[in-house]
Design a protein around this ligand. Structure first.
Ligand code: NI
Length: 405
């Protein structure tokens, strides 16, 4: 079948032979459809239906729903008893008004695929197609995960039991700092741990003109906000990135009233399990020490949290080797800095060894646009890089794991 004119040249040259024309057209259609009809976290009903349909066309062993709006398909391996590996694509969108001007711009007002999860879902389907055409040693689970943006989906997929017995897992994210065909597949920290926290300081209310009759939590909160900045600047080893941000401060109702309490909301980012533990311990210590100096009661609660992503050596090689072979060494880039954003793929890596990599998504001549911007989109070519590398990593991991039995 001849390739449609608009899809000519979309597949990066080194990968052209991997993708027959009908598959290219199908993946581009799927991506455009998902982009036009984005759905928020835990509401990905139509998205999940469409993805399940696409996967069923590949005649997999099974296609099942998991974690509500998630879809898990099992692609048969050559030996059904061999170790099982998993490939994950996240599928949810964000509450943002799209401003890309793309001809397949969002038709769901106020909702947008501003983080490229339309491409992640599509490349997972692409990898499924490649693996059903040329199977891995063992079965491969294609995991279309909901609700990444609220750090809910990975935990829910794990809790569903859908990944029980899986021996390796791979996933990736689009990144417009790199052009299509460039990838980052590196050992070590890739995404920061993210810990939300709430601090409540309790004193004793008084008249603003008579502070000596109360205990002022506002002064304590102000001192604490400043002191907390020394945890990263003075206590954390300077070569280890970390961030502590207080993003919400709330206290009092009037200018002449000393309130009873003050509340701070913040986020802590760390790149290793050790520095995360250190920062959490130091935060606890500082909150109680500063509160004591100001004669306040303090309560510290940790809220949402995502572990860090730290790629281990063996699993990283399972992606890096195919990347070298398929794309060539000069297309393997290094991360200019560790990404201090959280990524819920980290939950899988707490339970299952694996690797998370980044896929260049800037078209030639295009601008660097950060994810979660209303102008963000991933170039089409990224679909084929992601699909090819995920399928190749699954085959490599599966072969190595099977031969080690
Ligand atoms: Ni994302």
């Amino acid at each position: 079948m001849p390739r449609r004119r608009e899809t000519l040249g979309v597949v990066p040259p080194p990968l052209v032979d991997l993708f027959p024309a009908p598959l290219v057209d199908r993946l581009l259609d799927l991506r455009r459809h998902l982009h036009q009809y984005p759905e928020l976290s835990r509401q990905e009903e139509a998205t999940a239906d469409r993805l399940a349909q696409e996967l069923e066309r590949l005649e997999p062993v099974a296609v099942e729903r998991a974690a509500g709006t998630g879809v898990v398909a099992r692609i048969a391996g050559r030996d059904r008893g061999a170790p099982v590996v998993a490939l994950r694509g996240d599928i949810d969108a964000l509450p943002i008004d799209e401003a890309t001007g793309l001809d397949y711009t969002s038709l769901n007002a106020g909702v947008m695929h501003a983080c490229g999860h339309d491409v992640h879902a599509t490349w997972a389907v692409g990898a499924a197609a490649l693996l059903s055409a040329q199977p891995a040693a063992g079965d491969v689970l294609i995991v279309l995960q909901p609700a990444e943006e609220i750090a809910w989906g990975a935990q829910a997929i794990l809790a569903s039991g859908a990944l029980d017995g899986v021996t390796a897992i791979f996933g990736a994210h689009v990144d417009r700092r790199f052009t299509v065909g460039e990838v980052v597949v590196e050992e070590g920290p890739m995404n920061a741990a993210s810990d939300g926290f709430r601090i409540t300081l309790r004193g004793e209310g008084a008249h603003g003109a008579r502070p000596h009759e109360g205990t002022d939590p506002v002064i304590g909160a102000a001192a604490l906000i400043m002191q907390l900045q020394t945890l990263v600047s003075r206590r954390l080893e300077p070569g280890t990135p970390g961030v502590l941000t207080i993003g919400h401060v709330q206290a009092g109702v009037a200018g002449n009233v000393i309130p009873e309490s003050a509340r701070l909301l913040g986020t802590l980012r760390a790149t290793t399990a050790r520095s995360r533990e250190q920062l959490r311990d130091w935060l606890r210590e500082m909150v109680h020490a500063v509160a004591a100096v100001h004669r306040l009661d303090a309560e510290l609660e940790f809220l949402d949290h995502t572990p860090p992503i730290v790629n281990p050596p063996r699993e990283t090689q399972w992606v890096r080797q195919p990347a070298l072979e398929l794309l060539g060494g000069q297309r393997l880039c290094t991360l200019p800095e560790v990404n201090m954003g959280g990524e819920d793929f980290a939950y899988y890596l707490e339970k299952i060894p694996g690797c998370f990599f980044r896929v260049g998504a800037r078209e030639s001549g295009g601008a660097v646009i950060s994810a979660h911007s209303p102008h963000f989109f991933a170039a089409d070519g990224a679909i084929f890089v992601g699909a090819a590398l995920l399928a190749a990593a699954a085959r490599r991991a599966s072969a190595d794991l099977a031969s080690a039995l």
